[in-house]
Design a binder for this molecule. Structure first.
Ligand SMILES: Cc1ncc(COP(=O)(O)O)c(C=O)c1O
Length: 375
């Protein structure tokens, strides 16, 4: 299945108030030379309001600026707050492209429904991105694995301390230039299998991209760091046995090598975030002739598979880092190394194949790329 074309999407009208004193070209060049991740913001943002009477209205592009809220605003207390994360890429000819943006639009509204929030029309979601990237096109870096990270989010803004769905919402979009995730070469991560904490339970909010999920993950991430690990891996809530995902990324397990290599990623049980990268890699693997399927794996199977050599590589995947090898595992059941602890061959092939599509280095066979700014 390919995404419908953006050309089919009628874009929501968005009024524009340009920044009176935007960042100078010199300062912007300085930032784009080494943007890091999530540290600098472009000159504009988009905002829109939903009320029960008027629905969505007042969509406007305005200078990037602080927000002001009454202290009794709903989301500050009860957490009606959701977000998305996606990237715009500048291709070699200067044109700017989005990667599978309708998947993010759909996931945003799935999150909205789970948190009893208003849904955002696709035309507004995509229209806001087109307006912001157009206004701040000079902020899209070029070359290597750089991109403009886009952060759409929505807040329940009714004022009042009653616990109920807000009757007003604010949708916002900001953007931040992003450098290569691994600027000093690919670095396999060491993971801690969290036994004390769970991320999500059946019927919970695991498959929604809501702020509270990330707040609840921080203590486990801190525990991982105390054990000398880069990231936490989440286990299922009922048995603390089945592998779910890693921090803000989904996981893939590689069995066998060479022509015999096959991939498995944990099934979407409702407790995992359905990653766009995870979904893409199921198809990219097929393109490369590698069998890929959804399934399940326990902690014992992961440990035994690495000991026997049946599991040769493990990697995590997500928008920010694309694909990250997992080199070492630490847990209360012991510590073990995946393969030789380095970046595996299958992992790196998949990473390059997906990056080549996103950066326009190879033809996009699946209609995943959507041009928003011409060369
Ligand atoms: C908890 C979690 N899992 C997985 C992912 C990967 O999703 P995607 O590939 O859409 O970035 C993310 C990032 O959005 C995440 O926050």
């Amino acid at each position: 299945m390919t995404s419908p074309s953006l050309a089919d999407t009628h874009l929501w009208p968005i009024t524009a108030t340009p920044h009176p004193s935007p960042t100078t070209p010199e300062r912007r060049a300085e930032i784009l030379a080494n943007p890091g991740f999530g540290q600098h913001y472009t000159d504009h943002m988009v905002r829109a309001t939903w009320t029960a009477d008027e629905g969505w209205h007042g969509a406007e592009l305005v200078p990037y600026q602080p927000l002001t809220f009454d202290p009794a605003t709903n989301f500050l207390h009860y957490g009606q707050a959701i977000f998305e994360g996606m990237k715009a890429y500048r291709h070699a000819d200067g044109s700017i492209w989005l990667y599978r943006p309708l998947k993010n639009a759909t996931r945003f509204n799935n999150s909205a429904r789970r948190l009893a929030m208003a849904e955002v029309p696709e035309e507004l979601f995509i229209g806001s991105i087109a307006a912001l990237v157009s206004a701040d096109r000079d902020w899209v870096p070029s070359g290597g694995e750089t991109s403009l990270y886009l952060r759409p989010f929505m807040l329940g803004t009714e004022v009042g301390l009653g616990v109920r769905p807000s009757n007003t919402y604010t949708y916002l979009l900001i953007a931040s230039p992003a450098g290569a995730y691994f600027s000093k070469g690919i670095h396999p991560v060491t993971v801690w299998l969290s036994d004390d904490y769970v991320r999500a339970a059946p019927g919970g909010t695991g498959e929604a991209k809501c702020a509270g999920n990330y707040a609840a993950s921080l203590i486990a991430q801190a525990e991982a760091a105390q054990h000398g690990c880069d990231q936490v891996v989440w286990l299922d809530a009922a048995e603390h046995r089945w592998i779910e995902e890693m921090g803000g990324m989904n996981l893939y397990f590689v069995y066998g090598t060479g022509d015999q290599a096959r991939l498995m990623t944990p099934s979407l049980t409702g407790a995992l975030l359905p990653g766009v990268t995870r979904d893409s890699l199921l198809t990219v693997a097929q393109d490369l002739g590698i069998k890929a399927e959804e399934g399940r794996i326990s902690v014992e199977e992961w440990k035994a598979g690495c000991a026997s050599g049946e599991i040769t590589e493990v990697f995590a995947c997500g928008t920010a880092a694309v694909v990250t090898p997992v080199g070492e595992v630490k847990s209360r059941m012991g510590n073990w190394t995946v393969g030789n602890g380095g970046a595996g061959e299958v992992t790196m092939r998949l990473r390059q194949a997906l990056l080549d599509i996103q950066t326009g280095a190879v033809p996009d066979r699946h209609a995943w790329m959507h041009k928003i700014i011409d060369a």
